[in-house]
Design a protein around this ligand. Structure first.
Ligand code: SF4
Length: 425
């Protein structure tokens, strides 16, 4: 999974507005620093050096201009598994369309998913919508200034709760995410696999021990920026690091070795077939069920198939291995058909028996540890169809407003180009 991206062109941060402290802030418990392999007497130097560096080098990001908990929460959810550069335009569009938590809570989930389209990990968008409803219904439209209550919101884990509590309310809540995990593991010269529970426990204890009571928001943003810009994964810039004197990895010449991680699970290649039935100038799509990947989004009917079986699907050579629209797209004269077993499997899922293959497209995409080779075929349906509650016929024009996954949108663009090129049985 990608870390939040280092900002390649760091800018000075905007001046911080005075913190709007809650009347009774909830302070998380502080861990005993004695149990950590970090000298207690260096903590105050670490804090002052970090804040001094941040005052000069902190990044200016759209969600740092003020302390609105809604915008901070939104940015933190978007930044999960996604780079800063990718998030910025989504954040800007989202805050124009949904300027506050009330507007988001009142929206239809399809509108939220449509705006999220392309950002991936769509459960985040569904949780975001649910959390907005909870904030409005349970907390009177105000985000709670309490780490535990924030963690009760869907999609808000320990890190995100700490980020909202510190960035929005200036509470001394600890944070550990990809950049701070690497920074802390090096400061501590932590030898364990950073994903292990023992290492995570030490990292969180360390984060608790160093977050200051004053300027907690600036401090947490500073350590994230230090990790992103100075203590970089492959080439830590130790000579320019304000924490050089208290870094145990540097003192042991381990900065290029740490943090240690178990090798990731190898990538597995799989093949998928996506079928789009076509009849009366309309395409049949199905809405993905709550337990499926991309739940709630519209999609072609998909099946995982063996690579051998994929090779047997009759597609002319000119139609292979391209996600781009083809100049010669129609081949009804071949009267190619899927084999009867596949036809029946598709019919069982979407209620339409696919007939002649009209067009095809191949693309590849990655999901978690899988690399998927996806063959999409457009099939004429000549007979009657069975209406199912999770399927709908759409015109090419309808496709633009539907919430779709990234590959779903590529399929939709290809279907639209099929219609624009006059494609018709
Ligand atoms: S001295 Fe080097 S390894 Fe240590 S925190 Fe700074 S950049 Fe990272």
């Amino acid at each position: 999974m990608p870390d939040p991206a280092p900002d390649s062109s760091p800018r000075r941060r905007a001046p911080r507005q005075p913190a709007a402290k809650p009347s009774q802030p909830t302070t998380p418990p502080t861990a005993s620093p004695e149990s950590l392999p970090f000298p207690k007497d260096r903590i105050s130097k670490l804090r002052s050096a970090t804040l001094a560096w941040y005052d000069t080098h902190g990044r200016s990001l759209p969600w740092r201009q003020q302390q609105d908990p809604y915008r901070i929460w939104l940015s933190e959810i978007m930044l999960q598994q996604t780079t800063v550069a990718a998030v910025i335009p989504y954040f800007q569009r989202f805050t124009i369309r949904f300027p506050d938590v009330q507007t988001l809570a009142a929206a239809h989930v399809d509108d939220v998913l449509r705006l999220w389209e392309g950002l991936g990990y769509y459960s985040r968008a569904r949780n975001l919508h649910q959390a907005a409803i909870m904030v409005v219904q349970n907390f009177g439209g105000q985000f709670p200034a309490d780490v535990k209550l924030l963690q009760s919101l869907p999609g808000v884990g320990r890190y995100t709760a700490g980020a909202i509590a510190s960035f929005a309310f200036d509470l001394p809540a600890p944070i550990v995410e990809a950049n701070t995990e690497r920074l802390y593991a090096r400061l501590l010269a932590l030898q364990d696999d950073v994903r292990s529970s023992s290492a995570q426990k030490q990292l969180w204890q360390f984060a608790e021990s160093i977050v200051p009571a004053r300027r907690a928001a600036d401090f947490n943003q500073a350590v994230m920026d230090l990790g992103a810009q100075v203590c970089r994964p492959e080439d830590p810039n130790c000579p320019q690091c304000p924490l050089l004197k208290c870094c145990q990895a540097f003192q042991s010449s381990l900065q290029h070795v740490l943090p240690r991680r178990q090798p990731r699970t190898p990538i597995t290649l799989i093949s998928e077939l996506a079928v789009v039935p076509f009849q009366n100038k309309r395409f049949l799509l199905r809405r993905r069920a709550a337990h499926e990947r991309w739940a709630g989004m519209w999609d072609a009917t998909r099946l995982e198939i063996s690579d051998e079986r994929r090779q047997q699907i009759p597609c002319p050579p000119s139609h292979q291995r391209s996600a781009k629209p083809r100049e010669r797209s129609l081949f009804p004269q071949t009267a190619a058909l899927l084999d009867p077993t596949l036809q029946q499997q598709i019919a069982d899922q979407c209620g339409a028996l696919p007939g002649i293959l009209l067009d095809s497209m191949e693309l590849t995409y990655s999901v978690t540890r899988y690399r998927v080779q996806l063959l999409t075929v457009l099939c004429e349906v000549s007979g009657s169809t069975t209406k199912r509650p999770d399927t709908e016929w759409f015109t090419a024009k309808d496709l633009a407003s539907l919430p779709l996954s990234r590959t779903g949108r590529q399929i939709a663009d290809w279907l639209q180009s099929f219609r624009e090129r006059g494609g018709s049985p």
